[in-house]
Design a protein around this ligand. Structure first.
Ligand SMILES: Cc1cc2nc3c(=O)[nH]c(=O)nc-3n(C[C@H](O)[C@H](O)[C@H](O)COP(=O)(O)O)c2cc1C
Length: 299
């Protein structure tokens, strides 16, 4: 039997398929259920300092090849999230705490709280494309990114992951600024819009949203490829993964593990077990003994 476990930034995952931030992961019980049903690990919904209710509907538009969303980072706030983490961690698998903020002090407070809740690592959301003052507005400023990660690395003991946006001219410039991190997470959603031609208005209440799912896979592959060429760091590949072939493609581009979001909307929670078994079949047929053998093979 091929070994599909991976170790990334010192964290062992039984399989390389993690739940991506923002999909069924604001609640400890749903995270635990997804872990119990086959995910190798999970990233929580991005949590901020204070509670946010997010935007008014419509916040998600299903498209032919994916989803367009602008949910507006709804979350209960970091103080309330400790109890959800406790439940999620009962699955006995790695849970990574995703956080968002606009400055290094708030990032530090959020990451310290996630560390105290038992998170295996923190993932910095430097890339949400649709909330003013957060996400990609922070993540497209290289000086700010460097300052945030530098201040965290001297104070936080668990690994720090940097989730970057594809909505920049040169992803390597931001990766360079974030290069003190323990792993990159590539990519967040791609900025996009959809118009309701009968109403003659944008569909999303926020007008602009982020595209995810099948349509963004080539964008994710290219980001992983570019960053793998230039940095000697683990990479979580995210964007449009629906089957084992997609996982292998991300690994061959340079990923060390992957995260899956939108495919849960289309295929349900069973997608993790399905891909896990397809992956083992692929490796057996192609003569791979471990996941790491596939990393960066296409370069
Ligand atoms: C409804 C929705 C909410 C999301 N919320 C977050 C979030 O809170 N933080 C974050 O870093 N990414 C968020 N994302 C982005 C996903 O984690 C992922 O990067 C992106 O959807 C691409 O992967 P996928 O094609 O497998 O969905 C969200 C995506 C969707 C569809």
């Amino acid at each position: 039997m091929p070994d599909i476990s991976v170790t990334v930034a010192g964290i062992k995952f039984r399989n390389p398929l993690l739940l991506a931030s923002g999909i069924l992961d604001e609640n400890g019980y749903t995270i635990k259920r997804i872990l119990d049903e086959g995910a190798g690990g999970a990233v929580t919904k991005s949590i901020g300092t204070d509670e946010r209710s997010g935007y008014f509907p419509p916040v998600v538009v299903p498209l032919d090849d994916g989803l367009l969303n602008a949910v507006g980072l709804p979350n209960p706030g970091i103080k309330e999230f400790g109890s959800e983490m406790k439940i999620a961690l009962e699955a006995g698998k790695p849970v990574i705490g995703s956080v968002f903020a606009s400055n290094s002090e708030d990032f530090l407070n959020l990451c310290s709280a996630m560390e105290s809740y038992g998170a295996y690592a923190v993932e910095l959301n430097l890339s949400c494309p649709h909330v003013k003052g957060f996400g990609s507005e922070v993540g497209s400023d290289p000086d700010l990114v460097e300052e945030i990660i530098h201040s965290l690395k001297s104070k936080i003991r668990i690994p720090v992951f940097a989730k970057l946006s594809p909505n920049v001219t040169d992803i390597n410039q931001i990766a360079e600024a974030a290069s003190e991190c323990d792993a990159f997470v590539l990519i967040n959603t791609v900025r996009g819009m959809s118009i309701d031609i009968t109403a003659r208005k944008p569909v999303l209440s926020n007008r602009v949203g982020g595209l995810s799912g099948r349509a963004v896979k080539p964008v994710g592959i290219r980001a992983v490829w570019d960053v793998f060429e230039n940095f000697d760091k683990p990479i979580f590949g995210v964007g449009g993964i629906e089957n084992a072939q997609d996982v292998v493609e991300y690994f061959m581009a340079g990923a060390s593990a992957v995260q899956i979001g939108t495919a849960i909307h289309s295929q349900g929670r069973g997608v993790f077990r399905k891909i896990e078994s397809e992956l083992a079949d692929f490796m057996e047929a192609e003569g791979f003994n471990s996941m790491v053998e596939m990393r960066g093979l296409a370069h």
